[in-house]
Design a protein around this ligand. Sequence first.
Ligand code: IMP
Length: 195
Amino acid sequence: MRIVIATGNQDKVREINEILSGTDFEAVSMKSIGINPDIVEDADTFEGNALIKAKAVHALVNDYVMADDSGLCIDALNGAPGVYSARFCGENSTYQEKFDKIFEMLKDVSNDKRTAHFVCAIAVVRPDGSSFTVKEQCDGILQKTPMGSNGFGYDPIFYVPEFGMTTAQMEPEQKHKISHRGKALASMVAKLCEK
Ligand code: IMP
């Protein structure tokens, strides 16, 4: 069966295809089947935004559709930047600017309170219009100095104590095993394959 991924991001499509290999599902990107709707992600939860994206694409195709939404939640900032992670500090800001703003906001926070989570929600809409969401997280601590050059986004400041390194210092397969996105995809596959 085909599952359309409601994202323009080819890396996500590839990663999802790898995880779906061995199941009856083949992931195709919405772009590869000529769909590219304008979607306004204005929910205030990860699940809400994932569902908005999956439903918008499902309105145009009669297939399984999946979408994900993710971000960084900092405990000392009451979960910010959360669903605004990509836009934090201004849409066009660099990640170094985002890091600097976080360092400034956390300057009086003690080391043991610099805890954070990457969160990923995935929404699936089935051909009959029924839907489900899954959400997973990856726990870490915010470093004061960026380290590593793998990954993307906030990875250089996200330190995972069990591995003694940031997610930007991990090999992709290593990050994939413990990451919010890897775990959410695994939960999604388990739910899709439920009889
Ligand atoms: P989206 O799910 O592609 O909209 O990503 C939301 C934003 O959250 C990204 O642009 C990053 O800033 C951040 N983010 C989500 N997942 C990760 C990750 O695995 N590493 C680093 N940053 C992430």
